[in-house]
Design a protein around this ligand. Sequence first.
Ligand code: FES
Ligand SMILES: [Fe+2]
Length: 363
Amino acid sequence: MIKNINYTDENVLNQELDGIFHKSWFFVGLSDKLQNKNDYITYRCGSVSVFVQNFGEQLKCFSNICLHRFNNIHKGNEGNGHVICSYHNWVYDDNGNPMVRSACLKEELTSCSRSKLEQHEVEICGRFVFAKVNKKDSVSLKEFLGTFYDKLFELSSFFQEIINHETIVLNHKANWKLLVENVLECYHCSSVHKETLVPIGIGGKKPENHFYENGHDKVDYPIRTTALQTEREAKLSFLTKTEYSHKSLQHWYIFPNLFISSTAGNLFYVGKLSPEKPNLTNLYAEFVKPTYTGLTKKEGMLLNAYAQASLDSSKRVIFEDRDILEVIQKNLSIILNDKQIFGEEEFRIEAFHQNIKNIINYK
Ligand code: FES
Ligand SMILES: [Fe+2]
């Protein structure tokens, strides 16, 4: 397994950024955020800072660093606007060319190594938008996702709408691998989430239907029948009208930076991570209401109230995890030469480690 030093070392993170995040396709966001002309989403990961924008006819991905004096062109995680840098108002066209009028600036630009914004690949699978900055590797998104391409496509066909107004951004003072390992097991659910997930029957049951391919991973954690769960099912019987029906917490990890979960087909969580430092990782979260059929008007209203309550409780789950991960990160830097121990229910972590060990030469 991977020694703790690999969770704290700057050089290791740089190798991971180059060998993993900057090499493969990575998830940028949901196309729901790119519906209108000039809608954009930004993504920063190590030395890569990009934005994906709707230019009317198509989505394009460019470097988000201005050619003039290297300010970020688009600020924040998402928004709508022309490609204009806020520092000195340089404007870029939809091919990444700066539209400078001054002849002397034009001349200066020709002597720069970059005279237009670098363009990157962008592809979409259902409602999941991915980008790739590595130009040497010609693998398509479909090849990269393999069997998961069709699965993701189908999954997002059940997405109705994002219910949080703005993307939820949560900095974790922890290494990115700890965030991945944490979502790859529900062994901790009965203890860490005893007030949030346990009452709704999640935790304490062996995972089922595990499917793994090329680093991408999906599993079902069956939901137990609890008193609260039975009572809830009776009161909220309309929840069975979801078009994505399953009695489990379904979890997907799309390598390297996308987490998806579905709580019994009643709420989807879509999480994106980006490593910032060995001990700092940003997590961006969206919550999505699935499509339902045959809801009465009253049920529709109840569903909205349910979705809001689930959103609050799901955010609590993320905070509960974060508290633990930040403590672990501190302790890993004390016990550098040891490694974590993974039991039977943590087999998805072993697969994740195997995959990254094939790419990175860990210490
Ligand atoms: S840094 Fe962008 S316009 Fe000056
Ligand atoms: Fe958790």
